[in-house]
Design a protein. Structure first.
Length: 150
């Protein structure tokens, strides 16, 4: 598993904290190579990271912007991405285990809260309950223009 991370100018400091933290935990982390500057745009980082995440179903993505909303909207435009904006570790658990998220987004949170969220997201297993899988598949089928009939 590889963790891909991207952040616009408002999330660089938190991204750097998380990069160091995850590497200390022995995880493989890759940061977006796109340059950050005061006029950068969150969609660029979302698209860059999400394209890498979809290359391997074991990959995960973490996106950070001012509040996590804009970057999560952009991320969800990439086919195969299920990005959730999260604000706490319970959100991160449900995003992955109930909703099949492979990317999370946030912003405007403390370093410690971000670490808790990331720990939960990475350690949570993918959905296995039929009720969750059915819902995840409905969204995937719709994304692929396939029938949602069951």
């Amino acid at each position: 598993m590889k963790i891909y991370m991207g952040a616009d100018h408002q999330g660089v400091a938190l991204r750097n904290v998380l990069e160091s933290y995850l590497k200390e935990e022995g995880l493989e982390v890759e940061i977006s190579k796109l340059p950050n500057h005061d006029l950068d745009d969150y969609p660029d980082f979302a698209f860059d990271i999400c394209q890498k995440v979809v290359e391997n179903e074991k990959n995960l993505g973490i996106l950070i912007c001012g509040n996590g909303i804009g970057i999560s909207i952009a991320a969800n435009k990439v086919k195969g991405i299920r990005c959730a904006r999260v604000t706490n570790s319970d959100d991160a658990f449900k995003a992955k285990n109930h909703n099949g998220a492979n990317v999370i987004a946030f912003g405007g949170i403390s370093d410690e809260t971000a670490k808790e969220i990331v720990d939960m997201f990475i350690s949570t297993k993918k959905a296995t309950e039929e009720r969750h899988l059915k819902r995840i598949n409905k969204v995937s089928f719709y994304e692929s223009n396939e029938s949602n009939e069951y």
